[in-house]
Design a protein around this ligand. Structure first.
Ligand code: ADP
Ligand code: MG
Length: 755
């Protein structure tokens, strides 16, 4: 089984001396502390820097069911900034690593750690108060919750009736801070990412109508809620009254002529689609999917998102409640009110110089995101739609992790690596903040029992802490002059942005793709569904192409044009040269190849003729050998014949002698009787015939045999044996010939190679 890399990384080196268990435990924690303390120093140093992502940890208290189940406590707080995570024996990771490292103990450090007993107020004061203050001073801030399902993200974000969360508290603090400095009119409205638009009277009337209709909708929701008594997570109007009872302390540091206009929007990213949570939804109609766009400054914004001006925290709460009513919430096994989407509540504040001709001097943004929790399908036992939601939630969180990792690596290596912001809607939306728009605050929520999941969350947050995010909104310089038109605003903002983008480029690669161009182009096309406001906007606002032309400047533009022309002609010349060179190379290559082939052909021819010669030579030799053999054979046969003939003659002579002797005796015998004489002459004749026959047919006796000569053939059988002896000889000769041929060939080929 493959062991996770982090297990391998904490394995102890083999010891040479015996150790007891206690020792081992102590050493383990030492080593972890060592690793962590190194980390601590770097982390603490980094956290001191305002440009690092601030990560705060909140530990959820045990729920009633967890207490009942006697769930093991795996988290212990060490101090206000660090915790120790101990893996229970039954955890998956510990089971995997038990043999080698025993109980897993790891230390994690954060900007601040909030224990289970922390109240909502304490948590708000310790984490969110500062970014809200920054926002009031004109900075952009992002606050997002991160953790597994049921870890307390939504509780932290929204809170309950009894104890409201960071979002209502933020709105409360905001309005308390700007009390008495609220800009009463609605004629300035935020636009796109950092811009704003001055509305006409007609547009203002429309804006008011929209707001009233939404608030009316809210009343209906309220009345429904009171009938159903169903609202669980949001605050009632009475709570709001309670909050507003407190004496408001307007920020005296702000000049009295400076006014603030507050606008909010509320959207969710559900199954990789963005929906406006403030838009009324009818049951039969599908919700309108919004798109992410990017302005010329590279900032992402949700196109066509509803922005509502709010005059007090009461209105803001109402909008929050309305949005929550529309949010995709479902009951999962882990959480009965599980948010199935990432919800983003954004507040934009326009700082307005309220003079005879009011003008906006700054637009700041505070985004509060309650991310849906990462979850294991086996734990949630989700099926169908829930499973699809989980997949999308996990994917977007995974991409967030990838982006965080890539950012870390990019900053570590000082190289501009690709950050995959575009791989999910969530990261695409957050891209601006990770690329210098403003500071990022991360709230990590954990429970005390889900060890494996908690470990992953903590590891993720440890990486996130190392990321350094540039805050381009750090040096707020309100525009000191009156801005009469949106066009001027855009121009100034563009100059600002040019500087910002240049700064951003030093650290983080801007991820611009065709998608932006397409989306932005769409902005410029006339859409029948677009509101009247947008048509008016088009009149007031220059399109992006125009902006670019003005920004570059004529001289620069002309200079660039000449450079482009120059480069073009250079490119054409280069291409020509390249083509000619290619042609030349091709020709040369063809020539060389032809030569090669010709050479090869002559070589082969020579080789062939040489081989032929050798073969002829060998066959002639063979022929000679055969001729010799045949001659010798014939000679032997003649000799044999001669010997035979001499034998026959000898025998014939002997027989003749016998016959004459017999003939001499015959007259004596004839006197004894005629019959005997006849019989005996016949028998003699017969004896003679037999004798002759025997003489010619019988083999020569041992003494009569001629002396055997080597390589001579005496009989048919001997001839066969000789042939047998002859064959090995010819084979030898053949082998010799082949060897000779081989050597000759080799010599020939060596000669050819040398050539
Ligand atoms: P998540 O949004 O992470 O899925 P929730 O915020 O819905 O989880 O919390 C799950 C449950 O735990 C809720 O019933 C919530 O009231 C409770 N809870 C979470 N955090 C706390 C806390 N700090 N104090 C008391 N109860 C909490
Ligand atoms: Mg939730």
């Amino acid at each position: 089984m493959i062991r996770p890399s982090y297990i391998a990384s904490i394995e102890l080196s083999p010891r040479k001396w015996p150790v007891n268990v206690e020792d081992l435990k102590a050493d383990l924690s030492d080593e972890f502390s060592l690793v962590s303390s190194n980390l601590d120093i770097s982390q603490r140093n980094s956290l001191d820097s305002k440009e690092h992502i601030q990560v705060c940890l909140r530990i959820r208290p045990f729920t009633a069911s967890e207490k009942e189940n006697e769930s093991q406590d795996c988290v212990s707080i060490q101090d206000s900034t660090s915790i120790i995570l101990k893996g229970p024996k039954n955890s998956m990771i510990c089971q995997l690593s038990e043999k080698n490292v025993g109980q897993m103990v790891q230390k994690f450090t954060f900007s601040r750690v909030f224990g289970p007993e922390t109240t909502q107020e304490e948590f708000f004061d310790g984490t969110v108060k500062q970014p809200v203050q920054d926002f009031l001073e004109g900075h952009n801030r992002l606050i997002f919750t991160y953790g597994v399902t049921n870890a307390g993200k939504t509780y932290t974000f929204q809170g309950t009736e009894a104890d409201i969360g960071i979002l209502p508290r933020t709105m409360d603090m905001l309005f308390k801070s700007i009390h008495g400095q609220l800009y009463p009119d609605m004629d300035f409205k935020p636009l796109r990412c950092k811009d704003y638009i001055r509305l006409t009277k007609e547009q203002v009337r429309e804006e008011i109508a929209v707001k009233n209709s939404i608030l009316r909708l809210m009343k209906e929701v309220d009345s429904q809620n009171s009938i159903n008594n169903h609202s669980k997570t949001s605050e009632s109007s009475e709570d709001l009254e309670e909050l507003l009872k407190e004496p408001e302390q307007p920020n005296t540091s702000m000049a009295s002529y400076m006014k603030f206009s507050v606008w909010v929007s509320f959207c969710e990213i559900y199954n990789e689609c963005i929906y406006d949570l403030l838009l009324p939804v009818s049951n039969d109609k599908k919700r309108r999917v919004l798109r992410l766009a990017q302005d010329t400054k590279g900032c992402s914004y949700v196109k066509d998102l509803q922005w509502i001006q709010v005059s007090d925290s009461k209105e803001a709460f109402k909008l929050l409640k309305l949005g929550l009513k529309h949010q995709s919430i479902a009951c999962t096994k882990l959480n009965t009110y599980s948010s199935r989407s990432h919800s983003i509540f954004t507040v934009k504040m326009l700082k307005i110089e309220d003079s005879e001709a009011p003008n906006v001097t700054r637009v700041s943004e505070l985004a509060l995101c309650d991310l849906a929790g990462s979850e294991r399908c086996t734990k949630t036992r989700n099926e169908g739609d829930r499973l699809k939601e989980s997949g999308n939630i996990n994917t977007s969180l995974l991409i967030l992790g990838k982006c965080i990792n890539a950012l870390k690596n990019s900053q570590r290596s000082k190289l501009q690596l690709h950050i995959p912001f575009r791989e999910s809607k969530l990261t695409h939306f957050l891209q601006g903040f990770f690329s210098g728009k403003g500071k990022v605050y991360m709230i990590v929520n954990i429970s005390q029992c889900a060890y494996d999941e908690t470990l992953n969350v903590l590891k993720f947050s440890a990486i996130a802490q190392k990321i350094c995010v540039l805050d381009a909104s750090n040096a707020p310089q309100d525009h000191p002059f009156v801005q009469k038109s949106a066009r001027e605003v855009s121009l100034i903002n563009n100059v600002d942005t040019k500087i910002q983008v240049a700064r951003k480029r030093a650290t983080v690669l801007w991820d611009r793709s065709l998608e932006d161009v397409i989306e932005d182009d769409d902005d410029l096309t006339v859409d029948n569904n677009e509101t009247h406001e947008e048509h008016d906007m088009a009149k007031e606002m220059p399109n992006e192409e125009e902006e670019n032309k003005v920004i570059i400047g004529k001289e620069d533009y002309l200079r660039l044009l000449t450079i482009i022309e120059d480069l073009k002609s250079k490119l054409i010349n280069e291409r020509k040269d390249k083509l000619l060179l290619e042609l030349k190379i091709r020709e040369e290559a063809a020539q060389v190849l032809t030569q090669c082939f010709a050479q090869q052909e002559t070589d082969f021819r020579q080789c062939l003729s040489y081989e032929r010669e050798l073969l002829e030579e060998a066959s002639e030799q063979r022929l000679e050998i055969y001729k010799d053999l045949v001659n010798e054979c014939a000679k032997n046969l003649d000799e044999e014949q001669e010997i035979k003939d001499s034998h026959c003659n000898e025998r014939a002579g002997m027989l003749d002698n016998t016959v004459t002797t017999i003939k001499r005796q015959m007259p004596k015998e004839n006197s004894d009787g005629t019959i005997e004489g006849t019989q005996s002459s016949e028998s003699v004749k017969h004896g003679l015939d037999v004798g002759r026959k025997h003489c010619f047919e019988s083999k020569p006796t041992q003494e009569e045999e001629p002396p055997t000569k080597k390589d001579t053939i005496s009989t048919t059988a001997e001839q066969g044996a000789f042939r047998k002896n002859l064959n090995p000889m010819s084979e030898q000769k053949q082998k010799f010939a082949i060897r000779k041929l081989y050597h000759l060939r080799r010599r020939k080929s060596a000669k050819l190679n040398a050539k």
